[in-house]
Ligand binder design. Structure first.
Ligand SMILES: *Cc1c(COP(=O)(O)O)cnc(C)c1O
Length: 463
């Protein structure tokens, strides 16, 4: 080691001394010596590394208390950072899908800090299991005989297959062997559940006789999967739920549909693309229907199975149910969300998912017109700012071709001034509340459909 480096190392203050510094002592009092000591050791290791590599002390060594405060802030920054979702996708899986309604947030807050009657029977009426209250609500809303709640819809499909058709054959159309983003693929879930997939029909056309011909001794379930994230067009044919249910009833084989999204209300009444409704499938005779809690339902992450009492009882008693069950926080959020559906007139206002999906284009256009002049002074020198019409997506497996007219702020780099869209997007990702847009056609688009805090966005972008 050179004498020069030696001199530099000797300039690093000892941890003990730092812990007693007047500017650092209050942090020790507030956060404890363990955490502050560890952060100081981390900083010291960084300083040693800098001396080793560059033969000099890093600049921040001039102010250890400030470097410590910055390290502390970094350390305490949550991994679940709130962001502005201006991506144009309302139910964005990577951004946590549905925003909960106010009553659901309040129900969660109250359930979190208290003991609750999760599986505790106050009146001796025998509630049975933890899903009871939510199941009763779901029965009223969908006409189902009973319901079962698990961690997500993938879990719902897995449990349903494992409990209803263990070791048996499950008949599915070749046109419905869906993959939902990587890990959820119908053939893989079948295998995991211990079922044997029997593909029938062709990619574009499946007929009832294909299903009938595939049925034998070993058939345990006839299943339909909603092709939520793609559509097959042209010369097509599919077996509808009523036909399949009738065939199942005739031969004594249960039928099921994995809906994925599934909406408890008719989306068409709001001018939105129609989505299949669980209650309609149950009315058509399907025995079990699975769907997500945090897609169009607008609630917490959960998987919901509704249908026939005897089959739901098999799900509730299956060992996998224990592994896939939800906790009180999810049940509290789901119950409060479902209660909103008992007052459908208020839904478009109270349920954030529906509120955002039904926002008229003019509302986003007005916002764009207000934001544009407020952002021009900061960004106008390097970017051409415009308010432009665009299309939002529902997301989470609702058809990508079903799009909603919206309005965006767009940023296009002015030639020759060195500004790039990637650098701008990256800068916005580093904000304390990151702004997530989308780059396309040489512009950075901020779709305003999901913006409800205009002032906060302005403050973030002009900071
Ligand atoms: C989204 C979806 C799933 C998976 O649901 P998660 O809630 O993400 O687990 C399964 N099947 C279909 C048809 C879907 O659309």
């Amino acid at each position: 080691m050179s004498t020069e480096s030696h001199l530099l190392y000797s300039q690093l203050p000892a941890i003990d001394r730092l812990l007693r510094e007047p500017a650092i002592e209050p942090l020790v009092a507030q956060h404890g010596q363990t955490l502050i000591g560890e952060l100081l050791r981390r900083l010291q290791a960084q300083a040693r590394e800098a001396i080793k590599r560059q033969q000099r002390l890093p600049d921040w060594c001039g102010d250890w208390p400030q470097a410590l405060a910055a390290e502390l802030a970094r350390q305490q920054r949550s991994a679940l950072l709130p962001v502005f979702n201006l991506s144009g996708t309302v139910l964005h899986t990577n951004l946590g899908r549905a925003l909960l309604a106010q009553p659901a947030m309040e129900a969660v807050a109250s359930a979190m800090g208290a003991a609750v009657t999760l599986e505790y029977d106050l009146d001796g009426a025998g509630r049975g299991h933890r899903d009871r209250a939510v199941a009763d609500l779901l029965c009223r809303l969908t006409g189902a005989e009973d319901a079962c709640i698990v961690n997500n819809n993938a879990a719902a499909v897995l449990l349903m297959l494992a409990a209803v058709a263990p070791g048996k054959q499950v008949v599915v159309s070749r046109g419905e062997l869906v993959e939902i983003g990587g890990a959820f693929r119908i053939p893989d879930v079948m295998r995991q559940a211990g079922c044997q997939l029997v593909e029938v029909g062709t990619t574009n056309r499946t007929h009832l006789k294909d299903c009938r011909n595939a049925i034998g001794e070993q058939t345990g379930l006839l299943m339909k999967v909603h092709t939520s994230n793609y559509s097959i067009q042209g010369f097509t044919a599919a077996v509808d739920e009523a036909e399949l249910a009738q065939l199942g009833a005739e031969l004594g084989i249960p039928t099921a549909t994995d809906l994925g999204s599934g909406s408890l209300i008719d989306m068409a009444q709001y001018g939105l693309p129609a989505e299949p409704m669980p209650q309609r499938l149950l009315a058509a005779g399907v025995d079990l229907v699975t769907f997500s809690g945090d897609k169009l339902l607008g609630g917490p992450q959960a998987g919901i199975i509704v249908g026939k009492k005897a089959l739901i009882a098999r799900l509730q008693q299956h060992p996998l149910k224990r592994a896939l069950r939800v906790g009180k926080i999810t049940l509290a959020a789901l119950e409060a969300t479902l209660r909103l559906y008992q007052q459908p007139e208020l839904l478009a206002r109270e349920l954030p998912t529906l509120r955002l999906l039904t926002r008229p284009q003019w509302a986003m256009q007005e916002m764009a017109d207000r934001l544009l002049p407020a952002l021009a002074p900061r960004y106008g020198a390097h970017f051409q700012l415009r308010a432009e019409p665009c299309w939002s997506q529902i997301g989470s497996g609702s058809l990508p071709v079903d799009r909603l007219p919206s309005y965006a702020l767009t940023f296009a780099p002015l030639d020759g001034r060195g500004a790039t869209l990637e650098a701008l997007a990256e800068r916005w990702c580093r904000l304390s509340q990151p702004v997530i847009g989308r780059i396309s056609e040489g512009r950075l688009w901020l779709d305003l459909r999901c913006l409800e805090q205009e002032g906060a966005l302005l403050e973030a972008l002009n900071a």
